[in-house]
Design a protein around this ligand. Structure first.
Ligand code: PEP
Ligand code: MG
Length: 759
């Protein structure tokens, strides 16, 4: 079936269904004709409709299966293929139905001669009220266009069924048993922190009243107008972006604009209207399709972009249906926790920040735009919470524990009290750390430890003043690339780097050139041959990409040099494995410096070059590049994964190897010693340095510079002030030459004996 024939098949079916439903016959007679019409229209041997009755999915009408089975065959939600479709609200398309693990054979239907099976849920108010399915004798999967036609028909059926009073909507929409009493929901922490508040649904439900169009041209007109209005809104939002022009939000809004003007999207909506749907139904239809696609994409970054599209689609639906308000437009009346399937970053920015305390999402990922924005706003986010919207009601009290990765709905008073106590303690601790902002971190014996912070977004920069960090030891420049829909232009890069330097004032900032590839895939920058890598962490990433696509590095070099005009530029390269890679990267920068000098441009006062030590091979050749290095930054996140051959993203290995192992600490000490006598600053910039016990061990082997997440700056400063360096160095020297069974335990005991609090 071609797209055109699918559209016209759907249109024909819809026109005939309209007539059938307008006729004065009985509900059952109507359904019998409906399955006939659909079977014929889709050229299908079987067409059946199951509807929800008394909590079971009952075969209400069929063309092709045994008529004796009608009102006899019943499936529970979750049982058999039909129950699975209704339970998951997801279609199934199978070449061989019996091969599916959920297949449940019902002899009374006589379905054994049919092999292929496709079914879609019939949805009313976000709940499945039935299932529409087709079957064929020959074992083949249905084509996408056929599934689309089936879904269009299912949408129309849901309206017809509801008008005919064939399902008890109260029953379908009724409270599930999950809605009563306290309940613990677990998910994935996307932004850490604690929050409590009343549940607020981001999207008050939009009900699509009419699915079948009376006047195609009028529907087209409505959708065109809605598109215009939506584009206007996006442009307006871009003009008054919350954090000023040039923020990450600008990048995000660029992505929005790209979708808002995407012709493929509007064309599909128009096609759906052509097949006979109203504007609302057409938008929803295309959105369903997007969601289906989204589930099949395993590229998280691309999936995030699809969420942006979903955000826009909701906006369009609200405009066209006149049901404009999200919870944001109605205003938050109390401390609130926002509930959504997913959320667009622009939508998040519409909320009153004083009352928005936390966000819980059914979907979401660490790299999603909305999460990046929430992190910058300091709002805890819990993601990947299954059945969220089935378990929470508007107004329910919620305790969001973004440290433990869970949330409690309708907590008992004792749980609320315990939570409040933790919350207060947390606040107290934060206040104590904030008080250390102006205090310089000297150890008891008088050594000044450099406590720097890691950053990646413009919005991270205020943390420098808030925490009193000594500077930015690692600025992850790839973040700008990750939040953009297209490669950021040079001017845009320059602007960001200049803003970052301006906001840092006298404090140093170390820019790391883009570390893309690995788990940070950019859809617009694929490997030459476009193939997925088996081992992306050890693949075409970081400096390897930058040196091969040296246009990319040249642009970045020029942006950095221009941004640092008249100041010192600190730049470092990620994943240096061989000295020549460092030399080649420096040469690109020097080439740009020379070019700009020729152009009589104001240059940086100095460029200080550094390498990241993340690949163990470099440790064996440090003496060779030491004379050229101003500094070395040890990225322990990557370094440990390579030392232990343990993927840092693999949750099964997350607890297996300890940063406090003699292997790592001996390795780091050796690096430290091999650079003794050279003028090279050594910093540790991996997550390890932000944890108290690990930081203690690092200082114990001679590390005096740590670059860590801003939230750790206070706790680490406090630690520094409690330790006596000669004492911990002596202890570490002993442990590393004759390691105790557990270095972690030994260190913990050592710290406890001295009244030093550890994590
Ligand atoms: C590291 O690998 O330790 C590091 C700081 O870089 P990233 O976490 O960005 O890979
Ligand atoms: Mg790294």
């Amino acid at each position: 079936m071609t797209i055109t024939s699918a559209v016209s098949a759907a249109r024909q079916i819809l026109t005939r269904l309209h007539d059938v439903m307008a006729s004065r016959s009985h509900a059952q007679a109507k359904l019998n004709t409906v399955v006939e019409v659909i079977a014929q229209g889709l050229d299908s041997e079987v067409c059946s409709i199951y509807l929800l009755r008394e909590g079971m999915l009952e075969l209400f009408a069929t063309q092709g299966l045994a008529q004796e089975a009608v009102h006899v065959t019943r499936m529970a939600i979750g049982e058999g293929l039909v129950g699975t479709i209704a339970g998951n609200i997801e279609m199934l398309n199978l070449a061989e139905a019996a091969a599916h693990p959920d297949f449940s054979y019902r002899p009374e239907t006589g379905e054994e001669k049919f092999h292929s099976f496709a079914g879609v849920p019939i949805v009313r108010r976000e709940r499945a009220v039935g299932v529409l399915c087709v079957q064929h004798m020959d074992p083949r999967r249905y084509e996408e266009v056929e599934i689309e036609a089936l879904q269009t028909v299912a949408m129309v059926l849901s309206e017809l069924i509801s008008n005919a009073g064939l399902v008890d909507e109260e029953e379908a929409a009724g409270l599930s048993p999950m809605m009563i009493g306290p309940q613990r929901l677990s998910g994935l922490t996307l932004v850490k922190g604690l929050a409590s508040g009343a549940a607020v649904f981001h999207q008050p439900r939009i009900t699509i009243e009419h699915v079948m169009a009376e006047d195609r041209d009028a529907e087209l007109q409505r959708v065109y107008l809605a598109f215009d209005k939506m584009r206007e809104q996006i442009e307006k939002m871009a003009a008054q972006a919350e954090f000023g022009v040039g923020g990450e939000h600008e990048e995000v809004l660029e992505t929005y604009k790209m979708f808002a003007y995407d012709e493929g999207w509007s064309r599909r909506i128009i096609e759906a209207i052509d097949s006979g749907l109203t504007a609302e139904a057409a938008i929803e239809r295309v959105q369903q399709r997007t969601r289906m696609r989204m589930r099949q994409i395993d590229d998280p970054l691309l999936a995030d972009r699809m969420h942006d599209l979903e955000d826009l689609s909701n906006r369009l639906l609200r405009i066209v249906s006149g049901q404009m308000g999200t919870a944001a437009s109605m205003g938050l009346r109390q401390d609130s926790i926002l509930i959504a399937r997913n959320l667009g970053p622009a939508e998040l920015l519409e909320y009153d920040k004083r009352r928005l305390k936390g966000v819980i999402l059914e979907e979401g990922s660490l790299t999603a735009h909305v999460v990046i924005v929430a992190r910058a706003m300091g709002i805890p986010v819990l993601g990947r919470v299954r059945s969220l919207r089935a378990a929470v009601r508007e107004g329910d009290l919620l305790l969001l524990d973004g440290d433990q990765g869970n949330a409690t709905v309708r907590p008992v008073p004792a749980a609320t009290e315990a939570f409040e106590a933790r919350f207060a303690k947390n606040k107290e601790r934060q206040a104590a750390y904030a008080a250390l902002r102006e205090v310089e971190p000297f150890t008891r014996d008088g050594t000044r430890i450099q406590v720097l912070m890691n950053a990646g977004l413009r919005d991270d920069m205020p943390n420098l003043a808030l925490t009193g960090a000594d500077g930015v030891g690692l600025f992850r420049t790839e973040f700008q690339f990750l939040v953009s829909a297209t490669l950021p232009a040079r001017e845009r890069q320059t602007r960001l780097y200049r803003d970052v330097l301006d906001s840092a004032g006298d404090k140093p900032v170390v820019f790391r050139t883009v570390d893309i590839g690995g788990d940070k895939v950019l859809p617009y920058l694929r490997h030459n041959d476009g193939e997925d890598e088996e081992n992306p962490a050890m693949g075409w990433r970081a400096l390897r990409v930058a040196l091969e696509r040296d246009g990319l590095l040249k642009v970045q070099a020029r942006a950095l040099i221009e941004a640092a005009a008249g100041r010192t530029l600190n730049v470092m390269f990620p994943m240096v494995s061989e000295p020549w890679e460092f030399d080649a990267a420096c040469a690109v920068f020097e080439g740009q410096r020379k070019f700009l000098k020729g152009q009589k441009k104001l240059l940086p006062e100095a460029i200080r070059y550094g390498a990241m030590l993340e690949v163990p091979a470099l440790a064996e050749q440090l003496d060779l590049i030491a004379p050229k290095l101003s500094f070395l930054s040890i990225g322990t996140n990557d370094l440990t994964q390579f030392l232990f051959a343990a993927d840092r993203a693999n949750p099964k290995l997350a607890e297996r190897y300890d940063w406090l192992s003699p292997a790592i600490l001996r390795f780091l000490r050796r690096v430290q010693l091999s650079l003794a006598g050279h003028q090279v600053d050594i910093t540790v910039c991996g997550e390890m340095g932000g944890r108290r016990l690990e930081a203690l061990a690092l200082m114990g082997i001679g590390i005096e510079r740590l670059s860590i997440t801003p939230a750790s700056v206070g706790p680490i400063k406090e630690l520094v002030r409690k330790i006596d360096l000669p004492e911990i160095r002596e202890a570490m020297a002993g442990w590393l030459s004759a390691p105790p069974p557990s270095l972690r335990e030994a260190l913990t005991r050592w710290a406890q004996e001295r009244g030093i609090e550890c994590d």
